[in-house]
Design a protein around this ligand. Structure first.
Ligand SMILES: [Zn+2]
Length: 333
């Protein structure tokens, strides 16, 4: 069954001096260690252990073959966004990372598809770079779910989303820069609690602000990690909309009616959660996403979806690859 993983990351072989182009003290770079291991560094500090799938196309293909993944859409990690930096610096940085993504994917261009990043703090630069990235062969653009205190319903970000719709450039929204930082220092709580909340916040910011009313129907936008807490809490949101006018003041239709305006990936790591997600979103709105090759990703890529006892063949066909091939205009075979 044709299988496309729409949520995978790479981390290029950035030297420490290249990292300084973004931030002279805490710039991200890669320390390559023995036996195919590496450490993503921020300045002199260790950030995350990784292995060579982050920068080695051959290793990726080997693991995709093992798991039956035909195509991977490959994007950078949010650590590389640079949204808090001066726009010109972040723009030149994004261009460099985008070129590195193209280079990596060019090693097997039918199986690896690059997804760009942009300096989202500057809507004009970001929009221009989307246009360039599309011309350079990027199949989509990954954006963080917020820029500082601006959620996706901020006028500049809506302008950016409208630009992407005009360019027919698909968007993957990835949570990052998580809320509640000071209370989530241990146990990866930022990833386990705040990340799903960030994603839900972004989806609700588009729904409840009425932003979807300003966005064209052809906008292709997908939220990572199954949309975070969204599916589980949608009933709560609908109930609030029914009973409190402050919830529905900018949102003309019941929140659950907007689920046909966006997609989510399948990275929820449990059969029950994936069933709930499918019940809420429908099998046309879910695409395989693994978060490969990071430690919190799906180790046996696509196995959760592939092995689900309650999905029929046509549902699996859609969620494993057909939806993604339509979303990213990737040839289906
Ligand atoms: Zn991810």
């Amino acid at each position: 069954m044709f299988t496309v993983d729409i949520h995978s990351h790479f981390f290029p072989k950035l030297s420490r001096s290249q990292g300084k182009l973004l931030d002279s003290n805490h710039g991200p770079w890669l320390e390559i260690r023995k036996n195919g291991k590496g450490m993503i560094m921020t300045g002199a500090s260790e950030f995350r252990p990784v292995y060579d799938a982050c920068w080695n196309a051959e290793r990726r293909i080997e693991e995709m073959d093992r798991c039956g993944v035909d195509v991977q859409v490959v994007c950078a990690t949010p650590l590389l966004f640079g949204y808090s930096k001066p726009p010109k610096i972040a723009h030149d940085w994004a261009e460099m990372i985008n070129d590195m993504a193209v280079d990596l994917c060019s090693e097997n261009s039918s199986r690896l598809k690059p997804m760009a990043q942009v300096p989202l703090q500057d809507v004009d630069l970001a929009s221009r770079l989307v246009t360039k990235a599309k011309a350079d062969g990027h199949v989509g653009v990954q954006i963080g779910n917020h820029v500082g205190d601006h959620d996706l319903d901020h006028p500049h970000l809506i302008e950016f989303l409208q630009h992407c719709a005009r360019e027919d450039m698909p968007i993957l929204v990835h949570p990052w820069d998580m809320l509640g930082n000071e209370r989530m220092n241990g146990y990866m709580l930022k990833w386990l609690v705040a990340m799903p909340a960030e994603t839900q916040l972004s989806i609700l910011s588009l729904i409840l602000s009425g932003a979807f009313e300003q966005l064209p129907m052809n906008l292709k936008i997908c939220f990572a990690h199954g949309g975070g807490s969204f599916a589980y809490l949608l009933g709560r949101v609908d109930n609030a909309w029914e009973h409190r006018d402050i919830v529905r003041k900018d949102c003309p239709n019941v929140p659950s009616s907007y689920i046909d305006r966006f997609y989510v990936d399948s990275a929820v790591f449990s059969l029950e959660a994936l069933r709930l997600l499918t019940d809420v979103m429908g099998d046309r709105r879910i695409m395989l996403g693994t978060d490969y090759p990071f430690p919190l990703g799906e180790k046996e890529m696509s196995s959760l979806l592939r092995s689900h006892p309650e999905f029929n063949e046509s549902q699996k066909l859609r969620m494993l690859g057909l939806n993604a091939s339509e979303f990213f205009s990737i040839d289906f075979h």
